[in-house]
Design a protein around this ligand. Structure first.
Ligand code: FES
Length: 623
């Protein structure tokens, strides 16, 4: 006999759209929603450690709050009927309002940046197009074929011809109306045959798949001109904000692995469609695609189970560069287009790090330089022409607003800059009412509070010392029950519709994030024996790195103060590296040599790591 089900009604907070699901009693709201293809963000992967999956009860009995509800949401939201969807089981018919799914509207996502053109870059994408005139088979007694005639016209002998070329061939050579046919090849392999002269139509796509954001750029392969670029949030993030929660979602679960795989392929196809529309280029004229990403993103794109990437010794399934036809990935470009994946270095240092090295030329400098790709799964590179080291620096989602009580991504309404003097001065993206705090605002806020003596070097909010503060600032430093809290904006202040606070836990999350990056940099310096004065430059890359204030980042110890070096923003270096490999086969070959040269430093197993990490968790004692 079939078990009874109960009705779960989900109302989208934004659109007011309703979906009624029949679910087995005891299923969590999050699991039920995901099973029915409804996106509810699950930044921590359903572990009750963030607030992204919060829902609000509309009808039905609101269950008693769990500890996770209390800690993550706070008493106010709990009282208003908010609960964490991942912790809340459905036992009777209920209606809940869901937060809107991840959506790129209004988000500050760093696009592809400036084009890859650099002095001395020789454009050679490896794609050739030529027009040939094919003599059609005429005599019945001729033992020939369309393909043999085409190959004869090309002066080539090719036995392994893709089916899509054979399918297009008979029409193309008969409909050419004297203009000939255009044959496209890559490294001597036939990719396409088209009627008439289409030699001017030669395009490629460079894509950087990040844990949080995905950036694709359409490029003309002769001139290197960027025609259009598009950035989106990675749609896999609804199943987990960081790599470990995403791996946990896929671990030993082929159904979930398939979901992650189809999400990313679906997004890439949306990017192709968008870029084609924007530029007027037909998707079938895209013959080469270069993809970079961290090891987990790489595996998920290929549909490879990342389970063992998430388990010691964190070995990837493969590391070498790969070239495969687009049809194998169901990418809707030319079916035989070559999809080139750059090589990986290790389980948590991927092709994106190799691309950053290419774009910054860190592997080729006379002096020691550092490149930091700040992101949910950050990476640090340190080196010169002599040697090159890399490590992963998993900052987690805190700097993107995840796991912070009133954190949000860099979207409209996010507090993105803060100054602390006798009070807090807030700036929001779009200069609209304050809705939450994003990473750059958080770093400014913590840096300012450190300078004002509100937070001490160990990260403690010094409520007991608030008497020393100017009155306005003093009034913001309070105890809420057991919790040390700073009121960033009262309801109505800076237009905030509700009170926004920074809690002691939030400060700890910032310490963990900056500790991961700071200790990554410090460990590489230690392994390389590089004193701070030996480092000539620190390059900040990645979506988040370009919005953060360098002074605030140095104040909290996210990045070091370099005695003689400079700190510079280098934009989306991973995307730039992908573009270089798209335009130049020599750069793609170089990527393999660079990947071989990278010396991976596994932080967790290094005997000094604990000491360095604990040190990096603390804040520098003075500015
Ligand atoms: S708390 Fe539910 S997904 Fe993070």
């Amino acid at each position: 006999m079939r078990a009874m089900t109960v009705a779960l009604t989900l109302v989208a907070r934004d659109a007011g759209e309703r979906r009624v699901l029949e679910v087995d009693p005891g299923t969590t709201i999050l699991r039920a929603a995901h099973a029915h293809g409804i996106d509810i963000d699950a930044v921590c992967g359903g572990r009750g450690r963030c607030t992204s999956c919060r829902v609000k009860f509309v009808t039905g009995t609101v269950p008693p709050p769990t500890l996770g509800d209390r800690v993550q949401l706070g008493e106010d939201l709990v009282r208003e009927g908010y609960r964490l969807a991942c912790q809340c089981a459905v036992t009777e018919p209920i209606t809940v309002e869901t937060a809107p799914p991840l959506d790129e509207r209004g988000f500050q996502i760093l696009g592809a940046g400036a084009g890859p053109a650099r002095p001395g870059l020789e454009i050679d994408a490896g794609i050739t197009k030529q027009v040939v005139h094919v003599a059609l088979p005429r005599e019945e007694h001729h033992q020939t074929s369309d393909l043999e005639q085409l190959l004869a016209a090309l002066g080539a002998r090719e036995s392994d011809v893709p089916a899509s070329v054979l399918q297009a061939l008979p029409r193309a050579i008969r409909d050419d109306a004297g203009a000939g046919v255009t044959v496209t090849t890559f490294a001597g392999r036939l990719l396409a045959v088209e009627r008439g002269d289409t030699t001017a139509m030669k395009f490629g796509l460079a894509t950087d798949i990040g844990t949080t954001t995905v950036v694709s750029t359409l490029i003309e392969l002769e001139s290197g001109e960027q025609l259009a670029s598009v950035s989106s949030l990675n749609p896999q993030a609804v199943f987990g904000g960081d790599l470990m929660s995403r791996i946990a979602f896929a671990q030993f679960n082929p159904g979930n692995l398939r979901k992650l795989h189809t999400r990313i392929v679906g997004l890439l196809n949306q990017h192709v469609e968008h870029l084609a529309r924007e530029s007027g280029v037909l998707a079938k004229w895209i013959y080469k695609v270069v993809v970079v990403g961290n090891t987990c993103m790489h595996h998920l794109l290929l549909g490879i189970d990342p389970t063992w990437v998430g388990l010691a010794p964190y070995a990837p399934v493969m590391r070498h560069a790969l070239v495969l036809p687009a049809r194998e990935l169901f990418l809707k470009v030319a079916p035989e287009a070559r999809v080139c994946l750059l090589p990986l270095v290790a389980g948590f240092v991927g092709a994106d790090a190799v691309a950053v090295a290419l774009a910054t030329r860190i592997h080729d400098g006379d002096e020691l330089r550092i490149a930091v790709d700040i992101g949910t799964n950050g990476e640090v590179l340190l080196g010169s022409r002599e040697r090159l080291w890399a490590c992963s620096a998993p900052a987690g989602p805190a700097l993107e607003g995840g796991q912070i009580r009133h954190g949000m991504r860099g979207a409209r309404g996010a507090i993105d800059r803060v100054t602390v003097d006798d009070d807090l001065r807030l700036h929001t993206i779009g200069e609209v009412e304050a809705l939450g705090i994003c990473g750059s605002g958080l770093i400014d806020l913590v840096a300012g509070l450190l300078n004002a003596g509100v937070i001490d070097w160990q990260g403690l909010i010094r409520v007991e010392d608030r008497g020393r503060l100017p009155p306005k600032l003093r009034a913001r430093v309070i105890m809420r029950g057991e919790e040390r809290t700073i009121v960033v904006a009262r309801a109505g202040e800076a237009g905030a519709p509700r009170e926004l606070v920074l809690t002691q836990d939030d400060v700890r999350q910032v310490q963990l994030a900056k500790g991961a990056i700071g200790s990554g940099i410090a460990m590489l310096q230690r392994v390389a024996g590089a004193a701070p004065e030996a480092v000539a430059e620190l390059m900040l890359a990645g979506g988040f790195g370009n919005y953060v204030s360098i002074a605030s980042a140095q104040r909290i110890g996210l990045i070091p103060v370099l005695p003689r070096g400079t700190v510079r923003y280098v934009g989306n270096a991973a995307s730039l590296g992908a573009q270089l490999c798209l335009l130049s086969e020599s750069e793609r070959a170089l990527a393999e040599r660079v990947a071989e040269r990278v010396e991976h430093v596994s932080l967790a197993t290094h005997p000094d790591f604990e000491e360095v990490f604990v040190d990096a968790m603390n804040f520098p004692r003075s500015a």
